[in-house]
Design a protein around this ligand. Structure first.
Ligand code: NDP
Ligand code: 8X3
Length: 252
């Protein structure tokens, strides 16, 4: 089950898991896109796909959708908690409270609502693996990233907590923390400003959604006795949220 499968990392993961023969439950809010992805996957790969459109911020939608799954589909092997976003980039004292709420409701509360529904199913099935999309923004804060960084620090912390609570049930918990990945992320952050979004990926080679999907797939397919707890992945031009070498810097 992949949340936020209509774009970027979630979509790339959907195609990769399908290519490797996994049946999929795909979520996102944009129903038309979700259906299109479902159809594309079903046309190419021999897998079953269920589209489950809901907004992770709405706890009633989340529980209604997941509880409506047919019995067999409630055996969820892997939950990829990927739906997430940044909204805006501003000093904390100038921040938009609406943007803060969107990030907190999606990245924190949404992840919790979905996990709260799926974890009991995994416990009942006696196995499962939760993979949470954190970020390097969840390892180090950066200027004007304040609330987004905080939500991703939450993902880091809740992944550690989940791992402890799930230990007795042998349910694996992995946190994947990418650096700059070229997806719709910056377009969403900068509210449709294409020029500004493109600028975030200029002067170096960013990661692709497919790069991250490969890592996610690798963590999901380790033997039963082994779990990858935490992975940080950056473009080779990036060391962390502070240090990035762009073409102009190299020439200096
Ligand atoms: P995209 O914007 O390309 O994709 C985000 C996905 O999340 C979309 O499918 C979107 O679908 C979904 N989504 C957003 N809000 C909701 C919601 N309320 N309910 C359900 N689905 C939602 O971004 P990425 O693929 O880059 O981001 C995926 C994850 O990776 C996020 O958690 C992000 O924070 C994290 N990340 C991204 C990095 C990057 O540089 N790109 C780096 C580090 C982490 P829809 O709009 O249809 O609902
Ligand atoms: C996305 C990566 O560095 O833009 O989480 O916050 S960053």
């Amino acid at each position: 089950m992949i949340t936020g499968a209509t774009a970027g990392i979630g979509k790339a993961a959907a195609f990769l898991f399908a290519e490797r023969g996994w049946n999929l439950i795909l979520n996102g809010r944009r129903e038309e896109r979700l259906k299109q992805i479902e159809n594309e996957i079903k046309n190419v790969f021999e897998v079953k796909v269920i589209s489950l459109p809901f907004d992770v911020r709405d706890k009633v939608q989340v529980s209604t959708a997941i509880r409506s799954l047919p019995y067999d589909w409630k055996k969820i092997d892997v939950l990829l908690n990927n739906a997430g976003l940044a909204q805006g980039l501003s000093l904390i004292q100038e921040g938009s409270i609406d943007d803060w709420e969107t990030m907190i409701d999606t990245n924190i509360k949404g992840l919790l609502y979905v996990s709260r529904e799926v974890m009991p199913l995994m416990i009942e099935n006696g196995s499962g693996h939760i993979i949470n999309l954190g970020s390097i923004a969840g390892k180090e804060a950066y200027l004007k990233g304040n609330v987004y960084c905080s939500t991703k620090h939450f993902v880091d912390a809740i992944s550690k907590s989940m791992r402890i609570d799930m230990l007795v049930h042998r349910i694996k918990v992995t946190a994947v923390h990418p650096g700059a990945v070229e997806t719709e992320f910056s377009l969403v952050r900068f509210k449709g400003d294409e020029k500004r979004a493109k600028g975030a990926y200029m002067g170096y080679t960013p990661l692709t959604a497919e790069d991250i999907a490969e890592v996610i797939y690798f963590t999901a397919t380790r033997p039963q006795h082994m779990v990858i707890n935490d992975v940080v992945i950056t473009p080779s031009a990036q060391a962390n949220t502070f240090y990035m070498v762009k073409d102009a810097d190299v020439k200096k």
